[in-house]
Design a protein around this ligand. Sequence first.
Ligand code: GRG
Length: 292
Amino acid sequence: MNISGLITTKKAIFDDYLRAYLKNTQSSSGIFEAFSYSLKAGGKRIRPILTLLACEAAGGKDASALPIGLAIEMIHTFSLIHDDLPALDNDDLRRGLPTCHKKFGEATAILAGDALIFQALSLICAYPYPPQIKVDLCTAMADVCGTSGLVQGEYEDVMAEGKDLDLTKIEEIYTRKTSRLFELCMYAGSRVACDDANLIRLLARFGTHLGLAFQAIDDILDVTSDKETLGKSAGKDILQGKATVVKALGIDSARTWAQSATLKAIKVLDDIETEQSDTLKELALWMLKRVM
Ligand code: GRG
């Protein structure tokens, strides 16, 4: 199967799992309605797809990676709901639909985002992973999302608006706000499948570089693409004075930067002996193609 066929297949497997989860956990809560709306709104599902591929690369099956893949997608969706709020990025459009607060109001959107964090933890705890794996997944998730990752990255991203940051600082922000979650996908997907610390470390490292490339690609698309294609606002980074590689380097060198991060990800795979190395390599190049 070629890479886009594989991505489509994995996305469909994940979307089926999400639908079943929402059906089984359905409640009359307005918060449930709001976070279901944002979860179901779509999106590329790149994080759960990566989680499934990491699991496979470590010798596991989709079934054991789906709960942690969904937990990560919930964390990602929480970050998008909150990021879109007026106090942060103040956006009206996400995944081709009105943002959660536009549809349900700010109070409900804040609470829906909050709830997703705990739904994610509850999913991990409820699944019959061995106790040590549950501890490892929750520990990694907390580390990647707190002041060493996602939330800190968002804070630095907001604080950087209007400032001219150097590349080192921009890479630090990219690492925290985006790349550490990619690292988590690769770590968690492989951790549920095996105990091989070296393999897990290398796959997580692949995720780190891939996440940096992904953020650079996202920032390039903000300039070169449009709202209809992206399903979210375009051209906002310049207006908000966001710290991006595009702002620091210009479009052409930003492309080179994204390419270099992609090649670093691919290089990590040289040290991994798994049939899935080629698939991961192709995935990295497929992502890069969006801007080349
Ligand atoms: C903790 C509130 C909070 C946010 C932290 C920085 C941040 C995370 C969110 C802001 C939005 C943003 C620029 C995130 C960086 C990662 C990124 C490119 C998100 C968009 O991910 P996609 O393209 O989205 O995978 P879909 O909709 O396809 O899932």
